[in-house]
Design a protein around this ligand. Structure first.
Ligand code: GTP
Ligand code: SPV
Ligand code: MN
Length: 594
């Protein structure tokens, strides 16, 4: 018997080479078994990486705290390392592969001494599906292993699928000393390789997620003519039992998870709608032989935002996270349960905050501001299979057919509640001009509006100019292209209050979208696209005046004209590489706004 559970020569030699650099004490293969998982949990509890939670109320649940300087994705330390800078585009930080490997090697050298190196074979998508991709992550973090076991299909069946010469993405991760000055998240798409060092935060270290399933996959998808997108996938079942699937791209912390599992609002209940959740973050979509776009969610878990998750906003998630869940950076209550701002129940009178300090409500920090119990980007990792609305088609290799693509951002002004594009090319333009206010999911100034085309700005593994071209081409390959819409749940009034109640009430907008796809309704043509006739949105049971609804749907020409300036500035960054079709759409919008 060889000392490895595989005869894949390239895999073995890569592992040995990485081990020579990182110098772990031992190499441990992750097999995906329950026994190994329990052992890892025990070790984590012993080392303090995990705190076991109340076994009666939260069975199988643990709390983890990351370093206070390591609580969100660090986009400024995230690079695409292609031979030519132009291939990474102005949307990415760039380094040459040679200098990327050299800089990271300095940090990786000896970084695993005193720790184990875990080998995690994982499949993004059902094991064995022709649409799936395999990765192998080497990591010195047990927290990463336990999260990967929830988020992906990991272990021995994947290794078997890989055989002796299967393709895989080489994913190397080390915590090293978790120093923000010695942190790099590097992607080498030309080598199908990811190197991440110096962080222990989800999006930086669960390498199957943003790094593989978006940055590397988008690079592969352009070559193989499919789409890797930052999108939720959900099914909307109508009273007749017909299910329509939609995919939705909203930037980080802008509502994908919440929408993907919404519970129909009281007022619409008698209509008998039912929601099926396929995914909340990533969609891989391809044109099938029927000329339709089909989507799979390559993940098996949710890595969701904790704050404001409660039985009103998201009852299905409250149900999902009652067991087998890893909580990160939330407040620990004296009874061994957890809490975050906007959680169910009363505000606890004391607890241990996300930084591990004793906490009381309203206790001020050194600037007099109340200290938060949970970090605004605190999260939970939980299996999709536990969600009451989990789709019965999760394991189907072909996924689900997509009827509509919905783009959306977080905008106080400008974008109306919903509008529909005129056609595919205009829809690509609508996605390309998306903008959103920055949230706690990434470092940087919160609330600042930035352009985030298709919610992919931080995740597109190549120049977005070619990405737009690729989207335009995809439209031509389809006989039945999905219709493209744009939504905004976040318009505010002069007191900064949301005009739209959001959350489950969003189904009212989805109903309009689905009816448009079925050609059941006509609409009002405006300079930016089609908007609903006020009477076509079913507001039964909702206390929302016609005046407010009109404000939600209003298109203010002046602010759209100002918006043109921002769009032009953004498009110009791509110089000659930007497809001419987008400039045509820009000119057409400008003249319609006159
Ligand atoms: P990532 O996991 O970062 O990609 O985020 P996401 O797009 O899945 O966002 P998520 O659904 O977790 O929502 C992020 C935040 O927005 C949470 O605090 C939600 O409570 C809030 N939110 C979600 N949907 C709505 C909505 O319809 N209206 C309002 N006002 N807030 C919402
Ligand atoms: C996001 O930031 O879009 C997330 C969380 O979904 S992370 O996995 O950290 O990227
Ligand atoms: Mn996301």
């Amino acid at each position: 018997m060889s000392k490895y559970p595989t005869h894949h020569k390239k895999l073995i030699s890569w592992i040995e080479k990485s081990a020579r650099m990182c110098k772990p004490d031992r190499i441990i293969w992750v097999d995906g078994s329950g026994e190994q998982k329990s052992l890892l949990e025990k070790e984590c509890v012993f080392s303090g990486e995990l705190i076991p939670l109340n076994g009666e109320r939260l069975p199988g649940c643990f709390l983890h705290r990351t370093d206070p300087n390591d609580v969100a994705r660090t986009e400024h330390l995230t690079y695409i390392c292609t031979r030519k800078k132009r291939d990474a585009g102005p949307n990415n930080n760039w380094m040459s592969p040679r200098s990327g490997y050299r800089k990271a090697k300095d940090i990786f050298t000896g970084s695993m001494t005193g720790r184990n190196m875990y080998v995690i074979p994982f499949s993004m998508g059902p094991v064995g599906s022709p649409f799936s991709k395999i990765g192998v992550e080497l990591t010195d973090s047990r927290y990463v292993v336990l999260n990967m076991l929830v988020m992906t299909r990991a272990g021995s069946p994947v290794l078997a699928q890989l055989g002796t010469d299967g393709e895989f993405t080489k994913c190397l991760h080390s915590l090293a000393d978790v120093d923000v000055n010695r942190r790099l998240i590097l992607h080498f798409p030309e080598d199908n390789t990811i190197w991440s060092v110096g962080s222990g935060y989800g999006g930086n270290v669960l390498l199957g997620k943003k790094c593989l399933a978006l940055r590397i996959a988008s690079f592969i998808a352009r070559k193989e003519k499919w789409l890797a997108e930052h999108m939720l996938i959900m099914g909307i079942e109508d009273p007749a039992g017909r299910i329509r699937y939609i995919a939705g791209a909203f930037p980080s912390a802008c509502g994908k998870t919440n929408l993907a599992m919404l519970l129909p609002p009281e007022g619409l209940k008698k209509k008998g709608y039912r929601i099926w959740t396929v995914g909340d973050d990533i969609a891989w979509m391809r044109v099938d032989s029927d000329g339709t776009l089909w989507a799979i969610n390559p993940e098996t878990g949710f890595f969701g935002v904790a704050p404001n998750t409660n039985s009103q906003t998201n009852p299905n998630m409250v149900e999902t996270i009652k067991k087998n869940t890893i909580y990160t950076n939330v407040l620990l209550k004296p009874d061994g349960t957890v809490w975050w701002e906007g959680a169910d129940g009363e505000i606890p009178q004391r607890g241990i905050d996300w930084q591990g300090n004793p906490w009381k409500p309203q206790a001020p920090d050194k600037d007099g501001k109340a200290i938060l119990g949970a970090h605004p980007n605190s999260r939970f990792t939980t299996p999709i299979a536990q969600c009451p609305t989990a789709s019965f088609r999760m394991e189907q290799h072909h996924g689900v057919p997509i009827s509509a693509i919905v783009f959306g951002g977080r905008r106080r002004h400008v974008a109306p509640l919903v509008y529909e594009s005129f056609n595919w090319q205009h829809g690509v333009f609508v996605g390309a001009i998306m903008a959103s206010e920055r949230t706690a999911a990434q470092y940087g100034k919160q609330g600042e509006v930035r352009r985030d085309p298709m919610a992919m700005l931080p995740f597109c593994g190549y120049s977005m100019a070619s990405y737009f071209t690729h989207w335009l081409e995809m439209g031509k390959r389809m006989k039945h292209a999905p219709r493209i819409f744009h939504v905004n749940w976040f318009r505010t009034d002069e007191h900064n209050k949301f005009l739209w109640p959001g959350y489950r009430e969003n189904l009212r907008v989805l109903e309009w979208i689905v009816d448009r796809c079925d050609n059941k309704l006509d609409a009002v043509e405006t300079p930016i696209g089609f908007i609903p006739k006020v009477e076509d949105l079913d507001l039964t049971g909702l206390n929302l005046s016609r005046v407010i609804l009109e404000r939600l749907l209003a298109i203010d020409r002046k602010s759209w004209q100002e918006e043109l300036e921002g769009i032009k500035h953004f498009f110009k960054l791509f110089k000659k590489d930007l497809p001419a079709e987008l400039w045509q759409e820009f000119e057409a919008l400008r003249s319609r706004l006159k």
